[in-house]
Each structure stands twice: as C-alpha cells, then as structure tokens.
Write a protein that binds this ligand. Structure first.
Ligand SMILES: Cc1ncc(COP(=O)(O)O)c(C=O)c1O
Length: 398
C-alpha cells in the first residue's frame, strides 16, 4: 500500500521531532533541558479545570454546533471587542481544534491548485505544509528580525501575482523569532494589500506575550483591512491550554461560513468539554495572565544575557512570544572529533547528544544557521541549559 503523493511529500514537523527525541531521552533517565517546547510550562488555571469537570458532571458531552457553542461564540465576540477593538457578529466567528486547524481550514477555503500564498520567512513550521496541502505554493518574503521584525514593502509588492496570490499569512508576536510587527510595519503591509483581493490571515496566538511593546491586531487598522482579514487566535498559549485544542477566528462572513461548511465534514465541532473550559478561560481576570507574562519577561532577559556570554552566538531583538532565534552560523563548518557540523540540524543533534539540551534547527523555519530556543521553562533549567550549551559549543574546533 502507498500513501498519497500529497502526504508523502510532507516534511514531518522538525519541532515535534526534536521534542519527541528529547522526551525519549528523558524517559531513559537522561537529564535533558528541553528548549524545544512550544508551550508554556504552567498548568491550566484552576477555574478552567473546574469548568471542564463541571461540564462532564453535567453531561455536557454531546456535539455542539459546528461553529462552536453559542455561549463560547459570544465570549469570543466580547473578547475581540474588548481586547482587540474588533466587532465580529456570531456569524463571523468559528471555533476549531486549535489555531492550527483554523489556519488549515482557511487555506483550504481560499486556495485552488496553482494558487500562491505569501509567507514571511522565517515562518512557523506548519504554514508551508498547510499551504501545499491546499494545493497552493508558498511565496516567501524575507522578514528582517535581528533588530525587530521588518518587512520590505517593495519585496512584498513583487511577491503579489494578481489572480494567483490568494492569501498572506502574518504572525505577530512571531514564532520562531520572538519579534513583534509594530503598527508601522503592519501599516506597510496594509498599504500593499488594501487594493487587492488577498485574504490576510493574521495569526495572533501569542498576542499576550509582549514585552515593552504592545500588540496591534491587523484587522483593527481600518475598515477596508478589517474586511479582508481573518483574525486567528486561541486559548493554547495565553491560558496554558495547548492540549485542550481550542482555536478560533473572526473574519469576513463568507470565509467563516465556508470554513464551517468544510469543518462540518471533517472534525464537526471542537470538544464540548474544552469549549466550556475555553469560556472559563476567556472570563478569567487578566491579573493571573499578567503575572505569568512578567515571569516570561524575566526569563527572556535571563536567556538573552546568557546567550550573549557564549562566543560566536548572536542574539536577535526579543519583544514577544517565548522564543529566541539566535544566529549560530559561526559554528557551521566546525568539528567535533571527526564529525563536521554542516548545518543547524547537525548542531542541534550535537547539542542534544553532547550537552543534553534540545533546540530546534532553524532549517525547520526556513533559516539555515539559526536555532530556535523556547524560554517556556523554569529558571533553573534555563540556567543549567545555557551553561551546558556554552561548554559544548566551546569544545567545537574550527
Ligand atoms: C505561530 C503559531 N500559530 C498557531 C499555533 C497553533 O496553536 P494551537 O495550539 O491553537 O493549534 C502555534 C503553536 O505552536 C504557533 O506557534
């Protein structure tokens, strides 16, 4: 038996691959510091847990409407209004099994075979594969991230091919770089797309993870922009609920209704219990979230300072999410014994085997020579991991 060409051509997620290898090593009793995780290390807040238990006890265990329960849709609409200054009526909102499924559905809905989707690079690993699964081709534009996220307006204009370009995916705060597209940069993108028929998929899943800067929702830039933007979000990162699988989007009614139609033939609805939990999360006082963000900000400083002490590592500007994407090109071409470090995958393998630290190779995000590190882990682990990295990297010979 053979798998389809469509699936055979997929690259397995390197992020999940390294995480799995690190987890396996831990299981075998090895002491691994896992910088590869894409999820907060905190537990789901107690009121959220309780809401889910109550849902089970009250037998809230049946299918909900495909788009999500009326109560959750109402809570999302309120959230968009209060936190993002965006007015979405219930028919403009859909809930799915994570932001990942939302983006997958959106691409399926707007792309025909042969179409193109613009993707700033470096990018989150799943975007190119999801674009290809929709029959389209990713067209990359470079994001300058070392001094903060910047996009070149002219390059973006050149990437648009009228009739072929169906969407652009923007992501701020950004995975993998930890950068933030500020209002000026978003306005640049808005100027380029406002007269086109391109759908802007604005992935704002890390919106609460911002440090010394603020988050702007792309759709809030003006009415014309609002009408062509799908605002994607979810509870995974903000409320430490990655396993609950609740993502949602607000956007043009025609797109949302098509996404609902598609979902009705795939996953139906998201888990009824998780939907109840998501309502409790969206109703939480923001103070708890803010305390967690403060902790992330402290870790961000710690990791940045630690990396700066390692010879050969260059650190980019960190404004959001919980990632750092340092430049390790200095170490490419070095040797460990007879083994040559040819690329970021070799370096990640070396660091895992030699130092017991798991990092994700930049090639997974379209940038060779870089490695992504998450600082969603306890302070003691960050310190230990940095020390071990320094020792291992100092051992490499040019
Ligand atoms: C940029 C980005 N978008 C979306 C997601 C998916 O989030 P969810 O858990 O809601 O599917 C992730 C998760 O890592 C992410 O990094």
């Amino acid at each position: 038996m053979q798998v389809s060409n469509r699936v055979a051509g997929l690259t397995p997620s390197l992020t999940l691959g390294i995480s799995a290898k690190a987890k396996q090593m831990k299981k075998e009793g090895k002491d691994v510091v896992d910088f590869s995780a894409g999820e907060p290390d905190f537990s789901t807040p107690e009121p959220v847990q309780k809401a889910a238990i109550k849902a089970i006890e009250e037998n809230y265990t049946r299918y909900t409407p495909v788009a999500g329960s009326a109560e959750l849709i109402w809570a999302i609409s309120k959230k968009f209004k209060e936190e993002n200054n965006l007015d979405y009526s219930p028919s403009q909102i859909v809930v799915a099994n994570g932001a990942k499924q939302i983006i997958f559905n959106a691409l399926q809905v707007v792309c025909n075979p042969g179409d193109e989707v613009i993707l700033p690079m470096p990018y989150w690993v799943s975007y190119p594969e999801q674009i290809r699964l929709a029959g389209a081709t990713p067209v990359y534009v470079y994001l300058d991230f070392e001094k903060g996220l910047k996009i070149d307006e002219e390059e973006l204009k050149r990437a648009i091919h009228p009739g072929k370009t169906k969407a652009i995916i923007i992501n701020t705060p950004h995975n993998p770089t930890g950068g933030v597209l500020d209002r000026r940069e978003l306005e640049k993108i808005a100027r380029v797309v406002e007269d086109s028929s391109i759908l802007v998929i604005s992935d704002e899943i890390y919106e609460n993870f911002v440090y010394e800067v603020s988050h702007t929702s792309f759709a809030s830039l003006g009415e014309n922009i609002y009408n062509k933007t799908l605002t994607v979000n979810g509870v995974s990162k903000t409320y430490s609920m990655t396993g609950w699988r609740i993502g949602y989007a607000g956007g043009p009614e025609q797109i949302i209704q098509a996404m609902i139609k598609l979902q009705s033939h795939s996953t139906s609805c998201a888990s009824s219990i998780s939907q109840k939990a998501a309502i409790a999360a969206l109703n939480l006082q923001k103070a708890e979230v803010k305390d967690r963000i403060k902790e992330f900000s402290y870790r961000r400083k710690l990791i940045k300072d630690g990396l700066k002490k390692i010879k050969g590592v260059r650190v980019n500007k960190l404004q959001g999410a919980f990632y750092v994407f340092p430049d390790f090109t200095y170490f490419l071409g070095t040797f460990t014994g007879e083994r040559k470090i040819k690329n970021s995958l070799d370096l990640a393998d070396y660091l895992l085997e030699e130092a017991g630290v798991a990092l994700v190779p930049g090639s997974a995000f379209g940038m060779e020579g870089y490695l992504r590190m998450s600082y969603a882990l306890p302070v003691e682990d960050i310190k230990k991991g940095l020390d071990r990295m320094k020792q291992a990297l100092d051992k490499l010979r040019g």
